[in-house]
Design a protein around this ligand. Structure first.
Ligand code: SF4
Length: 380
């Protein structure tokens, strides 16, 4: 799949290539949690232990060139699978090994000892790093392997491969990206290779609605580009009928900085406002909680609320017992109470404007905008 030059470039950016088409990179939140600096928003929303999470993909290639993506435009793109197909065992073993090697340096830090020891047991895999993981033709076998090892699977797809979504084995949580509310805008935001990209998105949403597993629709909001037409977003969300909705700010990192400016990045309060507006059209959902550093709000179906308490966390032990049993189970069979809910109400709009102005002034003073190719990629 990759030329040696492309591989060298990825290695320079701290990726580790596994086999022919997979890659691993340590998530910044994994490092943070090992150092005792807190976990990612998926810890707050669903109970993922960031220090025990491996971030990887089974396909470096993608069928989109999203404007907000942290990938450079030189990253491989393709509609079809054109490469050899690595054995799932090779991907599993190679990824775990590469992940541990990348974390090895933390072992010598006394303050990180406990969390580092825990990180030696991978409990979660985020199949989302870069590219489109669902296109790997033997994904279902790999999912079975993760299930067998007691590793939860959070799989993110760009909603361009509906058949793969329909045929997917059970995962802990399936994410579909919905990057724009209308056909025309989706073309501008995602720059898709498929001419029938809109039909593919809609079909993917239909299959999402039929899933027995937990599902989540992710909106990545880019200020001034895809932050309007909220009612149309709501219609797409209703079609997908997900359990959760994550509304998240675009993050101004990596090569996306060559295409967008810092002003395209909404403030957390703007994400909150957008989420509140969206909820007016989705009576089956409510805002559950937020993660301010990641500028993300999570909404859930009211069916995850019992006696005025939210249950969006996952009982991972129960999940593994169920997924490896022959029992027919559903998404409500392995829930845990969400410990922290509600919105913080941090920072007023006036304060937001002042901060934005100060930031713009600071940036304007910089002689050049530094493009850091070693961006600490993570689900910011
Ligand atoms: S942000 Fe994603 S990859 Fe990083 S620790 Fe959390 S779940 Fe894992």
């Amino acid at each position: 799949m990759l030329t040696q030059t492309a591989k060298d470039e990825l290695i320079r950016q701290q990726y580790r290539i596994v086999g022919e088409h997979s890659a691993v990179k340590t998530c910044g939140w994994t490092k943070n949690m090992i150092k005792g600096k807190g976990g990612c928003y998926k810890l707050k929303f669903y109970g993922i232990m960031s220090n025990q999470c491996m971030q990887m993909t089974t396909s470096i290639s993608c069928a989109n060139r999203c404007v907000f993506c942290w990938r450079g435009y030189k990253a491989p793109v393709s509609k079809e699978w054109k490469w050899g197909v690595d054995d799932p065992e090779l991907i599993f073993d190679g990824s775990i090994e590469a992940h541990h090697k990348l974390l090895a340096g933390f072992g010598g830090q006394p303050e990180a000892k406990h969390m580092f020891e825990m990180s030696k047991t991978v409990k979660h895999v985020a199949l989302s790093l870069t590219g489109e993981p669902i296109t790997y033709p033997r994904m279902n076998e790999l999912l079975l392997r993760f299930n067998k090892e007691g590793i939860s699977t959070f799989l993110v797809t760009n909603s361009q491969y509906p058949d793969q979504i329909r045929d997917l084995n059970r995962v802990t949580q399936l994410y579909l990206s919905v990057d724009a509310p209308t056909k025309d805008l989706l073309k501008k935001i995602d720059v898709p290779l498929f001419p029938d990209y809109w039909e593919r998105l809609n079909k993917s949403l239909e299959y999402c609605a039929q899933k027995k597993d937990r599902t989540c629709i992710r909106l990545t909001i880019v200020k001034g580009l895809n932050d309007a037409n909220i009612e149309e977003y709501a219609k797409l969300i209703m079609k997908g009928n997900p359990d959760f909705i994550e509304i998240k700010s675009y993050m101004h990192v990596g090569p996306s900085r060559e295409r967008l400016t810092i002003d395209h990045m909404p403030w957390h309060e703007e994400i909150v406002e957008f989420s509140k507006e969206l909820m007016k059209y989705l009576s089956d959902y409510e805002i559950v909680t937020e993660h301010v550093p990641s500028r993300v709000v999570m909404c859930a179906k009211k069916t995850f609320k019992k006696n005025d308490k939210w249950f969006t966390w996952i009982d991972f032990d129960k999940w593994h017992e169920l997924v490896n049993s022959n029992k027919d189970y559903d998404k409500y069979d392995f829930l845990k109470q969400t410990p922290q809910v509600g919105l913080s109400g941090r920072i007023t709009k006036e304060e937001v404007s002042k901060i934005a102005e100060r930031k713009r002034e600071r940036l304007a003073k910089q002689k050049k905008i530094f493009v850091d190719e070693k961006t600490n990629e993570m689900d910011l």
